[in-house]
Write a protein that binds this ligand. Structure first.
Ligand SMILES: [Zn+2]
Length: 518
């Protein structure tokens, strides 16, 4: 559809002298050369969450998914940048801080720290965590991107009246509401009327459609790709990218050259993907890693990532991310998790009870990589028992015990990781396609096959030499399984590899103790 804005309404050009950011740079024209990113470099991101509550199990699911790809790409020998950040310039945060009776900056500091601690606790090593309130390493980049879209003629000002949900930080059309309420928050949106800057999203409709259709911007999985294409086919309307500074309560990145406006929180938050690399303050570093190879997100923010964000980048003449990996929602025992139902699953309590890697395994294996999933203690314990305690754990203990009893040299005694076998091509293919659950399924089949091999060959019935041969083959299978598991279960796979690559394989304590009957 056509933009409603009259021509000549582009008011954002006069950006000199009226800058409002405390870190305003002279308006040097952004150097928008296309990055010549080398094939051995990889950039991946998790979504940029609001930091107004503790991380929930949905965050943890997404972080584990991203961390698998982070580790996998590093193991392939690539130079990886794994980045995230905090979406802080949001009215939601102001309201939460007020409710708690603390200054907003204290509130933001507290939660940014909680999120960073959570990453650490989960064994996830980010290369960069960029906070939206960072006026040195974030704001200049957002303003640079704003100016680039402005220079492309894609920003204009108009008066707009709409229904705004603060929870979502977006406008809704009346027909998108359910009984007059936001479908995500079940709250009535506010009627808002003000003059804002708009971005010419409509201009990019055809180009975006083509890029997504042809997988140049790959949306994983197919179901979500179709969802985005059908959204685009309904017609893209220009969207508001600024707020009146007053309504935003002064929170937000100032619009260059117009201090009556601050930027829309999504315009600002999405840019964290680039400012985490250096966009706006370290151009060379940004050039080395942009574009992102994959953004990991939840399905509720698909539209922002698959439509708004790439359109802004197209406008600025910047390369688009290559893929978006979309996960679904988690329920608990078939019901939506909510405080009032008292069924919210705390991922950290779960880890406390069962251990970090079993929880990681469950979320990656049992919960669909790109669909909704349901958590239950029952399914958790069943999977743990079947695949970790009785599966992988038992296989390792069994083979170790046999080697020990036979007094056999198991591994080759090599300690160096460089001697490890490569990823199996089937597992690598699933990882390349961001189908993590499928990769784990293949690995689990190999565990079952190795078990079967032991039963079939029954080395304990054989004479010394034949026994040694069978056990060496079994050890080799275990080493291969553990190699493929490295991105998924880093600690467990390391323990297995260290154990079975010794000159003499000793007995092995259970990797996954059996659960007490509850
Ligand atoms: Zn909402």
């Amino acid at each position: 559809m056509k933009s409603l804005a009259p021509r000549g309404f582009l008011v954002v050009r006069q950006s000199k002298g009226a800058m409002t950011s405390p870190n305003a740079q002279p308006t040097k024209r952004a150097k928008l050369t296309k990055p010549a990113k080398r094939a051995d470099r990889f950039h991946l991101t998790t979504a940029i969450p609001y930091v107004n509550a503790r991380p929930h199990i949905g965050h943890v699911l997404e972080w584990f998914q991203a961390d698998v790809i982070n580790r996998y790409q590093r193991l392939l020998g690539k130079r990886v940048m794994f980045t995230s950040g905090a979406d802080e310039n949001s009215l939601k945060n102001v309201q939460a801080a007020e409710k708690a009776g603390v200054p907003v900056s204290d509130w933001l500091d507290k939660y940014a720290q909680i999120f960073q601690d959570a990453y650490q606790r989960l064994g996830i090593e980010l290369d960069e965590f960029r906070r939206g309130s960072d006026q040195t390493k974030h704001w200049p980049g957002v303003q640079q991107l704003w100016r680039a879209t402005d220079q492309a003629g894609d920003l204009y000002k108009k008066t707009y009246t709409g229904l705004y949900c603060v929870g979502c930080e977006c406008f809704y059309k009346p027909e998108e509401l359910v009984d007059g309420r936001c479908p995500q928050h079940q709250e009535s949106p506010q009627q808002v009327s003000e003059e804002n800057y708009f971005f010419r999203l409509s201009k990019y409709q055809r180009q975006l459609r083509l890029l997504i259709e042809t997988d140049q911007l790959k949306i994983v999985s197919e179901k979500f790709k179709k969802e985005v294409l059908s959204f685009i086919d309904q017609g893209l309307e220009d969207f508001s990218v600024s707020r009146r500074a007053g309504r935003a309560r002064g929170v937000g990145v100032p619009v260059p050259g117009d201090d009556s406006q601050v930027m829309y929180v999504w315009f600002d938050a999405l840019t964290i993907y680039m400012t985490a690399l250096g966009w706006g303050y370290d151009h060379q570093r940004w050039l080395r890693f942009w574009p992102a190879d994959v953004h990991f997100i939840g399905k509720d923010i698909l539209r922002f990532h698959a439509v708004y964000w790439p359109a802004i980048l197209l406008s600025a003449g910047l390369p688009l991310p290559k893929a978006i990996s979309v996960h679904g929602f988690l329920t608990a025992d078939g019901r939506k998790m909510s405080k009032s139902l008292g069924n919210v699953v705390d991922p950290f309590q779960l880890i406390e009870r069962y251990g970090l890697e079993p929880v990681r395994y469950y979320l990656l294996r049992y919960i669909p990589s790109h669909g909704d999933g349901d958590f239950s203690y029952d399914s958790f314990e069943r999977l743990y028992t079947a695949e970790l305690a009785n599966g992988l754990g038992n296989l390792c203990s069994r083979v170790a015990a046999l080697c020990h009893r036979a007094g056999l040299a198991g591994g080759d005694g090599q300690a160096g990781a460089d001697q490890l076998p490569a990823f199996s091509p089937q597992v690598a293919a699933r990882l390349d396609e961001l189908e993590l659950g499928e990769a784990l399924e293949i690995i689990n089949q190999r565990v079952a096959a190795a078990d079967q091999f032991l039963s079939d060959t029954a080395p304990w019935t054989k004479r010394v030499e034949a026994q040694a041969e069978v056990l060496r083959a079994a050890v080799q299978q275990i080493v291969q399984i553990a190699t493929n598991l490295r991105p998924f279960l880093p600690q467990t796979s390391r323990a297995i590899l260290e154990h079975f690559r010794q000159q003499r394989v000793a007995a092995l304590a259970p990797l996954f103790p059996r659960l007490e009957q509850s």
